[in-house]
Design a protein around this ligand. Sequence first.
Ligand code: HEC
Length: 114
Amino acid sequence: MMNVKRIKIKLFFLCFIFIYSISVNAATRGEKLYLQNCMVCHADDGSGAMPGVLDLDENRAWSMIDDIKLLTRLKQGIQKPDASISMPAKGGNPNLTDKDLKEIIHYMRQSFLQ
Ligand code: HEC
């Protein structure tokens, strides 16, 4: 009886560590991809690295957009007729997959707007 209880406790902790490590890995991968592909214009903290790039940390509009719409927007890029600089599709890296972009979105949601 005692053994079964111990095994259950061990299993519970193993599951917890497993799920925790998955979420940590996803976050760090998203961060790496953000720094490689987006930082050049948006800065490491999202505040914008050059004039004409909105502050993702101050401007909350993007965070209200759901994941699917935001993914589509990042894939297409953002061209506003009156803007001095536009956002290239996938930040200019055609090799980024949907999974990559989702991990970047996940990272931005967790790290910005604090
Ligand atoms: C060449 C510069 C450049 C790069 C690289 C770039 N962006 Fe942007 N991004 C912009 C500009 C400029 C805007 C603002 C467009 C506007 O609203 O006029 C923008 C807007 C955004 C927005 C706000 C979208 C909205 O609808 O309000 C998000 C989110 C964003 N970028 C994420 C990213 C991510 C993620 C990457 C990397 C995959 C990236 N950007 C790479 C220039 C860039």
